[in-house]
Design a binder for this molecule. Sequence first.
Ligand code: SF4
Ligand code: SF4
Length: 373
Amino acid sequence: MAGRISRREALKLFGAGAVACGAGICATSAASADARHWHEAMYYDKLGNKKIRCRVCPKECVVGDRERGFCGCKENHDGTYHTLVYGQCAALNIDPIEKKPLFHYLPGTSAYSIAAAGCNFDCKDCQNWEISQTRPEQLKDTLDLPPQQVAAQAKRYKVRSIAYTYSEPVVFYEYMFDSAKAGRQAGIKSIMISNGSIRPEPMERLLPHLDAIKIDLKSISPDFYRDYCVGDVTPVLDTIKLVKSKRKWLEIVYLVVPTLNDDPVEVRDMCQWLMDNVGPDVPLHFSRFHPAYQLKKLPPTPYDTLERCADIARDVGLNYVYLGNVPGDEHATTRCTGCDKTLIRRNGFAVVEMNLANGGCKSCSTKVPGVWS
Ligand code: SF4
Ligand code: SF4
Protein backbone atom coordinates (compact mmCIF):
# COMPACT_ATOMS: atom_id res chain seq x y z
CA MET A 1 0.00 0.00 0.00
CA ALA A 2 1.95 3.00 -1.29
CA GLY A 3 2.47 5.92 1.07
CA ARG A 4 1.15 4.16 4.12
CA ILE A 5 3.35 2.98 6.95
CA SER A 6 2.43 -0.30 8.55
CA ARG A 7 1.66 -0.49 12.23
CA ARG A 8 4.63 -2.75 12.88
CA GLU A 9 6.96 -0.39 11.04
CA ALA A 10 5.63 2.54 13.01
CA LEU A 11 6.13 0.79 16.31
CA LYS A 12 9.67 -0.13 15.36
CA LEU A 13 10.42 3.43 14.31
CA PHE A 14 8.89 5.26 17.22
CA GLY A 15 8.96 2.80 20.08
CA ALA A 16 6.83 3.82 23.03
CA GLY A 17 6.71 7.47 21.98
CA ALA A 18 4.16 7.02 19.23
CA VAL A 19 1.75 4.44 18.02
CA ALA A 20 0.30 3.87 14.59
CA CYS A 21 -3.37 4.12 13.81
CA GLY A 22 -5.09 2.81 10.73
CA ALA A 23 -4.55 6.07 8.86
CA GLY A 24 -0.86 6.58 9.71
CA ILE A 25 1.13 7.72 12.74
CA CYS A 26 -0.70 8.98 15.78
CA ALA A 27 1.45 10.93 18.22
CA THR A 28 -0.08 9.40 21.30
CA SER A 29 2.07 8.09 24.11
CA ALA A 30 1.75 4.39 24.73
CA ALA A 31 2.28 5.23 28.39
CA SER A 32 -1.13 6.91 28.38
CA ALA A 33 -2.88 3.56 27.94
CA ASP A 34 -5.01 3.24 31.07
CA ALA A 35 -3.14 1.03 33.54
CA ARG A 36 -6.42 -0.07 35.12
CA HIS A 37 -6.99 -2.16 32.01
CA TRP A 38 -3.62 -3.86 31.93
CA HIS A 39 -3.71 -7.57 32.53
CA GLU A 40 -1.00 -10.11 31.86
CA ALA A 41 -1.57 -11.89 28.57
CA MET A 42 -2.45 -15.59 28.75
CA TYR A 43 -0.45 -16.82 25.75
CA TYR A 44 3.10 -15.70 25.13
CA ASP A 45 6.65 -16.99 25.36
CA LYS A 46 9.54 -15.11 26.94
CA LEU A 47 12.45 -15.03 24.49
CA GLY A 48 15.19 -13.36 26.54
CA ASN A 49 16.50 -9.79 26.25
CA LYS A 50 13.00 -8.73 27.40
CA LYS A 51 11.51 -9.87 24.09
CA ILE A 52 8.36 -11.97 23.88
CA ARG A 53 6.48 -13.95 21.23
CA CYS A 54 2.70 -13.60 21.43
CA ARG A 55 0.98 -16.97 21.00
CA VAL A 56 -2.69 -16.02 20.74
CA CYS A 57 -3.02 -15.67 17.01
CA PRO A 58 -1.13 -16.97 13.98
CA LYS A 59 0.72 -13.69 13.54
CA GLU A 60 2.88 -14.76 16.52
CA CYS A 61 4.32 -11.25 16.85
CA VAL A 62 7.78 -11.01 18.33
CA VAL A 63 7.62 -7.88 20.46
CA GLY A 64 10.49 -5.96 22.05
CA ASP A 65 10.38 -4.10 25.34
CA ARG A 66 7.92 -1.15 25.30
CA GLU A 67 6.55 -2.25 21.92
CA ARG A 68 3.19 -3.57 20.83
CA GLY A 69 2.10 -6.37 18.59
CA PHE A 70 0.30 -5.89 15.28
CA CYS A 71 -3.11 -5.55 16.95
CA GLY A 72 -1.93 -2.54 18.95
CA CYS A 73 -3.74 -3.54 22.13
CA LYS A 74 -0.99 -5.64 23.75
CA GLU A 75 2.27 -4.26 25.04
CA ASN A 76 5.54 -5.64 26.38
CA HIS A 77 6.85 -4.15 29.61
CA ASP A 78 10.21 -5.49 30.78
CA GLY A 79 9.54 -8.86 29.15
CA THR A 80 6.01 -9.28 30.51
CA TYR A 81 3.26 -9.09 27.92
CA HIS A 82 0.01 -7.33 28.77
CA THR A 83 -3.34 -6.81 27.19
CA LEU A 84 -4.22 -3.13 27.55
CA VAL A 85 -7.97 -3.54 27.17
CA TYR A 86 -9.02 -5.89 29.95
CA GLY A 87 -12.39 -4.52 31.09
CA GLN A 88 -12.18 -1.54 28.74
CA CYS A 89 -15.35 -1.76 26.71
CA ALA A 90 -15.21 0.22 23.45
CA ALA A 91 -18.72 -0.55 22.20
CA LEU A 92 -21.80 -1.84 23.93
CA ASN A 93 -25.24 -2.69 22.57
CA ILE A 94 -28.05 -5.10 23.13
CA ASP A 95 -28.54 -6.64 19.72
CA PRO A 96 -30.91 -9.18 18.26
CA ILE A 97 -28.99 -12.41 17.75
CA GLU A 98 -30.09 -12.25 14.09
CA LYS A 99 -27.86 -9.20 13.68
CA LYS A 100 -24.66 -11.18 14.38
CA PRO A 101 -25.92 -13.00 12.22
CA LEU A 102 -26.82 -16.27 13.92
CA PHE A 103 -30.02 -17.71 12.44
CA HIS A 104 -30.03 -21.19 13.97
CA TYR A 105 -29.10 -20.22 17.50
CA LEU A 106 -31.78 -19.12 19.99
CA PRO A 107 -33.77 -17.13 17.40
CA GLY A 108 -35.59 -14.07 18.63
CA THR A 109 -33.30 -13.60 21.64
CA SER A 110 -30.94 -10.72 22.45
CA ALA A 111 -27.19 -10.62 23.01
CA TYR A 112 -25.34 -8.23 25.31
CA SER A 113 -22.69 -7.20 22.79
CA ILE A 114 -19.28 -5.83 23.71
CA ALA A 115 -16.01 -4.97 21.97
CA ALA A 116 -12.55 -3.66 22.79
CA ALA A 117 -10.06 -1.83 20.58
CA GLY A 118 -7.89 -3.69 18.08
CA CYS A 119 -7.77 -6.40 15.44
CA ASN A 120 -5.21 -8.86 14.09
CA PHE A 121 -6.33 -8.08 10.50
CA ASP A 122 -6.53 -4.79 8.64
CA CYS A 123 -9.33 -5.45 6.16
CA LYS A 124 -9.74 -2.76 3.55
CA ASP A 125 -13.51 -2.98 3.86
CA CYS A 126 -13.77 -2.96 7.65
CA GLN A 127 -17.10 -1.49 8.75
CA ASN A 128 -15.85 -1.04 12.30
CA TRP A 129 -12.44 0.40 11.57
CA GLU A 130 -12.88 3.19 14.12
CA ILE A 131 -12.62 0.51 16.81
CA SER A 132 -10.62 -2.22 15.10
CA GLN A 133 -7.83 -0.02 13.74
CA THR A 134 -7.50 2.29 16.74
CA ARG A 135 -5.29 2.10 19.80
CA PRO A 136 -7.08 1.84 23.15
CA GLU A 137 -5.84 5.24 24.39
CA GLN A 138 -7.20 6.95 21.26
CA LEU A 139 -10.77 5.92 21.94
CA LYS A 140 -13.11 8.33 23.62
CA ASP A 141 -16.10 7.24 25.65
CA THR A 142 -14.88 3.80 26.64
CA LEU A 143 -16.52 2.15 29.59
CA ASP A 144 -14.95 0.40 32.58
CA LEU A 145 -16.70 -2.93 32.44
CA PRO A 146 -14.80 -5.81 34.06
CA PRO A 147 -15.90 -9.39 33.33
CA GLN A 148 -18.00 -9.80 36.48
CA GLN A 149 -19.94 -6.67 35.54
CA VAL A 150 -20.40 -7.85 31.97
CA ALA A 151 -22.10 -10.96 33.34
CA ALA A 152 -24.09 -9.00 35.94
CA GLN A 153 -25.31 -6.48 33.35
CA ALA A 154 -26.25 -9.22 30.90
CA LYS A 155 -28.31 -10.85 33.63
CA ARG A 156 -29.89 -7.53 34.57
CA TYR A 157 -31.00 -6.96 30.98
CA LYS A 158 -32.36 -10.52 30.84
CA VAL A 159 -30.50 -11.46 27.66
CA ARG A 160 -29.65 -15.06 26.84
CA SER A 161 -26.10 -14.43 25.67
CA ILE A 162 -23.02 -12.21 25.70
CA ALA A 163 -21.54 -11.54 22.25
CA TYR A 164 -17.87 -10.63 21.70
CA THR A 165 -18.15 -8.73 18.46
CA TYR A 166 -17.68 -5.56 16.32
CA SER A 167 -13.84 -5.58 16.43
CA GLU A 168 -11.92 -8.87 16.82
CA PRO A 169 -12.30 -10.74 20.11
CA VAL A 170 -9.19 -12.86 19.46
CA VAL A 171 -7.08 -9.82 20.38
CA PHE A 172 -9.03 -9.16 23.59
CA TYR A 173 -8.85 -12.85 24.41
CA GLU A 174 -8.30 -12.44 28.17
CA TYR A 175 -11.29 -10.10 28.55
CA MET A 176 -13.49 -12.43 26.51
CA PHE A 177 -12.27 -15.55 28.33
CA ASP A 178 -13.02 -14.22 31.82
CA SER A 179 -16.33 -12.66 30.73
CA ALA A 180 -17.45 -15.95 29.22
CA LYS A 181 -16.53 -17.77 32.43
CA ALA A 182 -18.39 -15.20 34.54
CA GLY A 183 -21.33 -15.40 32.16
CA ARG A 184 -21.46 -19.19 32.44
CA GLN A 185 -21.59 -18.92 36.24
CA ALA A 186 -24.47 -16.44 35.91
CA GLY A 187 -26.37 -18.69 33.48
CA ILE A 188 -25.64 -16.53 30.42
CA LYS A 189 -24.29 -18.06 27.21
CA SER A 190 -21.38 -16.66 25.20
CA ILE A 191 -21.01 -16.23 21.46
CA MET A 192 -17.88 -15.26 19.57
CA ILE A 193 -18.15 -13.23 16.37
CA SER A 194 -14.72 -13.60 14.84
CA ASN A 195 -12.45 -13.66 11.83
CA GLY A 196 -11.32 -17.09 13.07
CA SER A 197 -7.65 -16.19 13.02
CA ILE A 198 -6.57 -17.74 16.30
CA ARG A 199 -4.05 -20.45 17.20
CA PRO A 200 -5.52 -23.87 18.06
CA GLU A 201 -4.32 -23.99 21.68
CA PRO A 202 -6.07 -20.82 22.92
CA MET A 203 -9.16 -21.69 20.88
CA GLU A 204 -9.39 -25.17 22.41
CA ARG A 205 -9.10 -23.68 25.87
CA LEU A 206 -11.77 -21.08 25.14
CA LEU A 207 -14.33 -23.34 23.46
CA PRO A 208 -15.75 -24.94 26.64
CA HIS A 209 -16.80 -21.44 27.72
CA LEU A 210 -18.46 -20.60 24.39
CA ASP A 211 -21.83 -21.70 23.04
CA ALA A 212 -21.86 -20.49 19.45
CA ILE A 213 -19.33 -19.07 17.02
CA LYS A 214 -19.77 -17.08 13.85
CA ILE A 215 -16.74 -16.93 11.60
CA ASP A 216 -16.20 -14.55 8.71
CA LEU A 217 -14.70 -16.57 5.88
CA LYS A 218 -13.53 -13.71 3.72
CA SER A 219 -12.36 -15.75 0.75
CA ILE A 220 -10.91 -19.16 0.00
CA SER A 221 -7.94 -17.46 -1.65
CA PRO A 222 -4.67 -16.91 0.22
CA ASP A 223 -4.02 -13.93 -2.06
CA PHE A 224 -7.22 -12.20 -0.97
CA TYR A 225 -6.36 -12.67 2.70
CA ARG A 226 -2.85 -11.35 2.12
CA ASP A 227 -3.80 -8.37 -0.06
CA TYR A 228 -7.07 -7.22 1.49
CA CYS A 229 -6.91 -8.38 5.11
CA VAL A 230 -3.19 -8.59 5.98
CA GLY A 231 -3.99 -12.12 7.08
CA ASP A 232 -3.80 -15.79 6.18
CA VAL A 233 -6.65 -18.10 5.19
CA THR A 234 -5.21 -21.40 6.46
CA PRO A 235 -5.57 -20.73 10.22
CA VAL A 236 -9.15 -19.56 9.60
CA LEU A 237 -10.02 -22.83 7.87
CA ASP A 238 -8.33 -24.74 10.71
CA THR A 239 -10.44 -22.87 13.28
CA ILE A 240 -13.64 -23.69 11.37
CA LYS A 241 -12.71 -27.39 11.44
CA LEU A 242 -11.78 -27.21 15.12
CA VAL A 243 -15.09 -25.59 16.11
CA LYS A 244 -16.99 -28.23 14.16
CA SER A 245 -14.99 -31.08 15.71
CA LYS A 246 -15.88 -29.78 19.20
CA ARG A 247 -19.58 -29.73 18.27
CA LYS A 248 -20.10 -26.06 19.00
CA TRP A 249 -22.77 -24.26 17.00
CA LEU A 250 -21.16 -22.62 13.97
CA GLU A 251 -22.36 -20.26 11.26
CA ILE A 252 -20.33 -18.73 8.43
CA VAL A 253 -20.54 -15.32 6.81
CA TYR A 254 -19.06 -14.57 3.39
CA LEU A 255 -19.03 -10.86 2.55
CA VAL A 256 -19.28 -10.66 -1.23
CA VAL A 257 -17.02 -7.85 -2.43
CA PRO A 258 -17.57 -6.91 -6.09
CA THR A 259 -14.69 -7.95 -8.36
CA LEU A 260 -12.53 -9.10 -5.42
CA ASN A 261 -14.05 -12.36 -4.14
CA ASP A 262 -17.20 -12.84 -6.25
CA ASP A 263 -15.73 -15.03 -8.98
CA PRO A 264 -18.13 -18.00 -9.37
CA VAL A 265 -15.28 -20.51 -9.45
CA GLU A 266 -13.87 -19.16 -6.21
CA VAL A 267 -17.31 -19.08 -4.57
CA ARG A 268 -17.88 -22.69 -5.63
CA ASP A 269 -14.50 -23.73 -4.22
CA MET A 270 -15.38 -22.06 -0.91
CA CYS A 271 -18.79 -23.78 -0.75
CA GLN A 272 -17.25 -27.13 -1.65
CA TRP A 273 -14.67 -26.70 1.10
CA LEU A 274 -17.50 -26.14 3.60
CA MET A 275 -19.37 -29.20 2.30
CA ASP A 276 -16.28 -31.37 2.57
CA ASN A 277 -15.14 -30.13 5.96
CA VAL A 278 -18.18 -29.11 8.01
CA GLY A 279 -21.05 -30.66 6.07
CA PRO A 280 -24.25 -29.46 4.41
CA ASP A 281 -25.97 -28.12 7.53
CA VAL A 282 -23.70 -25.23 8.42
CA PRO A 283 -25.67 -22.01 7.75
CA LEU A 284 -23.90 -19.84 5.18
CA HIS A 285 -24.74 -16.13 4.98
CA PHE A 286 -23.74 -14.23 1.83
CA SER A 287 -23.58 -10.65 2.96
CA ARG A 288 -23.84 -7.58 0.78
CA PHE A 289 -20.81 -5.30 0.72
CA HIS A 290 -21.30 -1.58 1.29
CA PRO A 291 -18.46 0.83 0.45
CA ALA A 292 -16.43 1.59 3.58
CA TYR A 293 -12.99 2.42 4.96
CA GLN A 294 -10.42 1.90 2.15
CA LEU A 295 -12.84 0.42 -0.40
CA LYS A 296 -15.13 3.39 -0.83
CA LYS A 297 -14.76 3.36 -4.61
CA LEU A 298 -16.34 -0.04 -5.11
CA PRO A 299 -20.11 -0.25 -5.58
CA PRO A 300 -22.41 -2.22 -3.28
CA THR A 301 -22.70 -5.87 -4.25
CA PRO A 302 -25.27 -6.22 -7.05
CA TYR A 303 -28.27 -8.26 -6.00
CA ASP A 304 -27.81 -10.62 -8.95
CA THR A 305 -24.32 -11.46 -7.73
CA LEU A 306 -25.66 -12.40 -4.31
CA GLU A 307 -28.34 -14.58 -5.86
CA ARG A 308 -25.73 -16.28 -8.04
CA CYS A 309 -23.63 -17.03 -4.97
CA ALA A 310 -26.65 -18.52 -3.21
CA ASP A 311 -27.46 -20.66 -6.25
CA ILE A 312 -23.91 -21.99 -6.30
CA ALA A 313 -24.04 -22.85 -2.59
CA ARG A 314 -27.32 -24.73 -2.98
CA ASP A 315 -26.03 -26.49 -6.07
CA VAL A 316 -22.98 -27.66 -4.10
CA GLY A 317 -25.40 -29.07 -1.51
CA LEU A 318 -25.52 -26.60 1.37
CA ASN A 319 -28.95 -26.70 3.01
CA TYR A 320 -29.18 -23.34 4.76
CA VAL A 321 -28.10 -20.42 2.59
CA TYR A 322 -29.06 -16.84 3.42
CA LEU A 323 -28.51 -13.38 1.98
CA GLY A 324 -27.66 -10.54 4.36
CA ASN A 325 -27.92 -6.74 4.12
CA VAL A 326 -30.64 -6.96 1.44
CA PRO A 327 -34.21 -5.73 1.69
CA GLY A 328 -37.04 -8.23 1.82
CA ASP A 329 -37.40 -11.26 4.01
CA GLU A 330 -37.42 -14.13 1.51
CA HIS A 331 -33.67 -14.68 1.61
CA ALA A 332 -33.66 -14.58 5.39
CA THR A 333 -36.30 -17.30 5.69
CA THR A 334 -35.45 -20.76 6.99
CA ARG A 335 -37.23 -23.51 5.08
CA CYS A 336 -37.71 -27.15 5.94
CA THR A 337 -35.45 -29.47 3.97
CA GLY A 338 -38.17 -32.15 4.24
CA CYS A 339 -41.38 -30.41 3.10
CA ASP A 340 -40.14 -26.92 2.08
CA LYS A 341 -42.56 -25.20 4.50
CA THR A 342 -41.48 -21.95 6.14
CA LEU A 343 -39.85 -22.67 9.49
CA ILE A 344 -38.65 -19.23 10.54
CA ARG A 345 -39.59 -16.02 8.78
CA ARG A 346 -37.63 -12.90 9.57
CA ASN A 347 -38.26 -9.26 8.81
CA GLY A 348 -35.01 -7.41 9.18
CA PHE A 349 -33.62 -8.69 12.47
CA ALA A 350 -37.05 -9.57 13.87
CA VAL A 351 -38.47 -13.09 13.91
CA VAL A 352 -42.08 -12.81 12.70
CA GLU A 353 -43.03 -16.46 12.32
CA MET A 354 -41.76 -19.67 13.96
CA ASN A 355 -42.96 -23.10 12.97
CA LEU A 356 -40.62 -25.28 14.99
CA ALA A 357 -41.58 -27.85 17.60
CA ASN A 358 -38.98 -29.82 19.58
CA GLY A 359 -36.24 -28.72 17.19
CA GLY A 360 -38.12 -29.97 14.14
CA CYS A 361 -40.59 -28.87 11.49
CA LYS A 362 -44.12 -28.55 12.87
CA SER A 363 -45.55 -30.00 9.65
CA CYS A 364 -43.33 -33.00 8.88
CA SER A 365 -41.08 -33.29 12.01
CA THR A 366 -37.86 -33.15 10.00
CA LYS A 367 -35.13 -32.17 12.46
CA VAL A 368 -33.57 -28.75 11.93
CA PRO A 369 -29.92 -28.35 12.93
CA GLY A 370 -29.39 -25.61 15.48
CA VAL A 371 -29.90 -24.64 19.12
CA TRP A 372 -33.52 -23.68 19.63
CA SER A 373 -34.07 -23.36 23.39
S1 SF4 B 1 -2.88 -11.19 19.28
FE1 SF4 B 1 -1.93 -9.28 18.58
S2 SF4 B 1 0.14 -9.30 19.44
FE2 SF4 B 1 -0.67 -11.39 19.60
S3 SF4 B 1 0.08 -12.42 17.77
FE3 SF4 B 1 -1.94 -11.63 17.29
S4 SF4 B 1 -1.63 -9.60 16.37
FE4 SF4 B 1 0.28 -10.20 17.39
S1 SF4 C 1 -11.32 -8.85 10.84
FE1 SF4 C 1 -13.22 -7.74 11.09
S2 SF4 C 1 -12.80 -6.16 12.63
FE2 SF4 C 1 -10.83 -6.91 11.87
S3 SF4 C 1 -10.28 -5.49 10.24
FE3 SF4 C 1 -11.32 -7.25 9.31
S4 SF4 C 1 -13.47 -6.63 9.15
FE4 SF4 C 1 -12.46 -5.24 10.61
